[in-house]
Design a protein around this ligand. Structure first.
Ligand SMILES: NC(=O)c1ccc[n+]([C@@H]2O[C@H](COP(=O)([O-])OP(=O)(O)OC[C@H]3O[C@@H](n4cnc5c(N)ncnc54)[C@H](O)[C@@H]3O)[C@@H](O)[C@H]2O)c1
Ligand SMILES: O=P(O)(O)OC[C@@H](O)[C@@H](O)[C@H](O)[C@H](O)CO
Length: 382
């Protein structure tokens, strides 16, 4: 089998690319970072530090790389068996054009095998969104062929992979936690289901996507935002602060109450899931900065993402949401010199009040009780 993976970043090298290569699949990374591309093509291998009680270094071998903006993409999409991505939600639209051209070329070959495309991003049904971008970039005459021959497979992906320690001079080295989970929607594949160790198949993906995004990522984001407010630099420092931890745990429980109602998860198993996540945030072997986890606050405050969607669920089921409200308020206090979305947030707050800003970003009603509660919590954080 052959695979093309867009995004040779942390999750690309440290998780999805590693799984594909470990499965014996001939893997090509596509990226725009020339330093990373050159290093992959010079060595064709890189080290993954799997850290935990039993730390080990695993070498991923036999990999190649191409520039994601080059025509190589067209040939690769035309010939591989699987395309995966881990580029960030906002980049999916940018890679869609190359994928579309590759699909057009693939359709010219009457003997081509089915292709499956899996976006591994922190978003609900990211592959379905990628499909919409690809179809938009593809002339209408190819659409029926794509529907028949290309599986756009949604997935949930979970492994905490911060950037490598500043001390490392190797642009390919990556450090990952022991835990990993990659769950894909088996109902969306075209052709035989692939057997890739570490890839789990489900016919109930939405439950797993929402469980992960609205538990781990909800708690993670609030740890970052409250952690920054309390003067902490890393997720571990923040979650070991009892005041931060109480809100983070409370918010995951509030979001969990919605998930339990919506998907029928067992309450005690969900409590254990939250407990395990708190342990992962505390991981002494990872240095994960609050700025990585808090990145792109406008995305994280949007209607379908980890803070607002669970809160909307608590409103739907009339459940408590005080801790989620505190988390949203803390997100509105987030600042970062390097993050364009943090800058944009600051500009919005400079020209209008907090209620109007939150309403604009999240779609919530500026006059609603929940927005008033966020404004009150935000004011108390001054
Ligand atoms: N790091 C984690 O812990 C983690 C875990 C689960 C899911 N994710 C998700 O995985 C995705 C990637 O996150 P990450 O932490 O690996 O980020 P990252 O910044 O480390 O990696 C993204 C990579 O995409 C590359 N890229 C940018 N534009 C591109 C383009 N046009 N074509 C090809 N490549 C391009 C970048 O150069 C970079 O190498 C995000 O959606 C994130 O939410 C991350
Ligand atoms: O990647 P983001 O910006 O959506 O979220 C930041 C972190 O919460 C995230 O990358 C986690 O580390 C990851 O989702 C763990 O599986």
């Amino acid at each position: 089998m052959k695979a093309l993976h867009f995004g040779a970043g942390n999750i690309g090298r440290g998780f999805i690319g590693k799984l594909l290569a470990d499965a014996g699949i001939q893997l090509t990374f596509a990226d725009v970072n020339q330093v990373v591309l050159d290093a992959i093509n010079a060595r064709h291998e890189y080290p993954v530090h799997v850290v935990g009680e039993q730390a080990q270094v695993e070498i991923v071998k036999g990999v190649n790389a191409v520039n994601s903006t080059s025509d190589d993409i067209v040939d690769l999409v035309a010939e591989v068996d699987i395309v995966t991505t881990a580029v960030g939600p906002q980049i999916l639209e940018r890679i869609a054009g190359g994928i579309a051209k590759g699909l057009a070329k693939r359709s010219d070959n009457a003997n081509s095998r089915p292709l499956n495309i899996i976006a591994c991003e922190n978003m609900v049904r990211g592959t379905t969104q990628l499909k919409a971008h690809v179809l938009k970039a593809l002339p209408e005459q190819y659409h029926a062929w794509v529907e028949a021959n290309v599986g756009f497979v949604d997935s949930a992906v979970d492994r905490i992979v911060p950037p490598s320690e500043a001390g490392s001079s190797d642009p390919l080295e990556v450090t990952v936690e022991t835990f990993s989970e990659w769950i894909v929607d088996q109902t969306q594949f075209k052709g035989p289901l692939p057997a890739i160790p570490g890839m789990e198949l489900t016919d109930n993906l939405m439950a797993f996507v929402e469980r992960k995004l609205f538990t781990l990522n909800t708690g993670h984001a609030i740890t970052a935002y409250l952690g920054q407010l309390a003067g902490h630099n890393t997720i571990r420092e923040a979650i070991l602060d009892p005041q931060v931890r109480a809100v983070v745990k409370g918010a995951m429980e509030e979001s969990g109450a919605v998930l339990i109602k919506r998907y029928g998860f067992e309450a005690d198993k969900h409590a254990a899931y939250i407990q395990k996540i708190l342990g992962r945030f505390e991981n002494p072997y990872l240095k994960d900065d609050v700025e990585r986890v808090g990145r792109q606050p406008l995305r994280k405050l949007s209607a379908g993402d980890r803070l607002i969607k669970p809160t909307l669920g608590t409103l739907e089921y009339q459940l408590p949401h005080d801790n989620l409200v505190t988390g949203i308020a803390a997100a509105l206090r987030y600042h970062s010199e390097q993050d364009p979305q943090a800058q944009e947030l600051a500009e919005l707050l400079a020209k209008q009040d907090v209620a109007a800003t939150l309403a604009q970003i999240s779609g919530l009603d500026a006059n609603s009780d929940v927005v008033k509660a966020v404004v009150k919590a935000w004011s108390a954080m001054a």
